[in-house]
Ligand binder design. Structure first.
Ligand code: MN
Length: 266
């Protein structure tokens, strides 16, 4: 199979060559002896890079919550008084969706209210702590678009009980995502249309400039709470009018300057 064909089918490779690029993630300093052998391999999640034979290794997936005022209101909060907050999805929640295809996306277990959230995704090529806003975009390596798929009933149920909402947000394949576009090819995304259709009908429609916290501000705020590293990616929040899908529905999402992303719920 050609390398290019392989990445049409999967965003995951179990390659030692790629794993060697993950400096600091698994070192002998953690207590393992140089002679230790792994009983099995764990794949490194990577994303194809448009116009390049490079792949982008994903370290962590951060997501900002309630970053468009109208969405914050529909979720029952006051956007004018709320500082940004973040959650994570596991890296292997990524489902790579090749451009021009409609990928099958599995309806997950345990939910009866499965929601789409269309989002711009920034991917980082540099890290750091306490990054000032005016330096934050220097960390951005590229952009793509993705869906923050959500088991809304479980998210709400857990939230109502003041328990972690992880089961609603951070489940298997909850992060469909497109290929990475280098920032040199796209520039930074501070405005432009973002929309999502279900079965051809517009559901979400907004402008990136309506974000409460810009990508630069998100990076700056995140870096106060976590040391950021190359390979970290940030889902930058969804506009209003999130809603449910059922098996058979086709989701198409768009951000000006990026190719559309489509999945079919199966
Ligand atoms: Mn979201």
């Amino acid at each position: 199979m050609q390398r290019r064909d392989f990445f049409q089918h999967s965003a995951v490779v179990g390659s030692t060559a790629l794993a060697s690029g993950l400096a600091g993630c698994a070192t002998a300093g953690g207590g393992a002896h140089a002679s230790s052998r792994m009983p099995f391999t764990v794949p490194q999640v990577v994303l194809p890079v448009v116009g390049s034979d490079e792949v982008f290794p994903v370290r962590r997936i951060y997501c900002i919550g309630r970053n468009y005022a109208a969405h914050a209101r529909e979720m029952g909060s006051d956007p004018t008084r709320e500082p940004p907050f973040f959650f994570q999805k596991p890296t292997d929640a990524i489902q790579f969706v090749p451009t021009g295809t409609v990928a099958d996306h599995p309806y997950p277990p345990l939910t009866k209210n499965y929601h789409y959230e269309a989002e711009l995704v920034a991917v980082l090529g540099r890290g750091g702590r306490n990054i000032p806003v005016d330096k934050a975009l220097d960390l951005v390596w590229g952009y793509t678009l993705g869906l923050d798929m959500t088991r809304r009933d479980l998210q709400r149920f857990m939230g109502d009980q003041k328990k972690p909402w992880e089961i609603g947000k951070s489940f298997d394949q909850s992060a469909p995502i497109g290929a990475v576009h280098k920032v040199a090819q796209t520039g930074h995304f501070t405005q432009g249309a973002i929309w999502l259709k279900v079965n051809g009908q517009v559901k979400q429609q907004a402008d990136l400039k309506q974000m409460i916290w810009s990508v630069a501000e998100q990076i700056s705020k995140l870096s106060e709470a976590f040391e950021l590293f190359p390979g970290d990616i940030i889902y930058s929040g969804t506009p209003e009018n999130v809603g449910p899908v059922v098996r058979g529905d086709v989701i198409e999402m768009h951000i000006d300057g990026l190719p559309n992303l489509s999945v079919r719920i199966v």
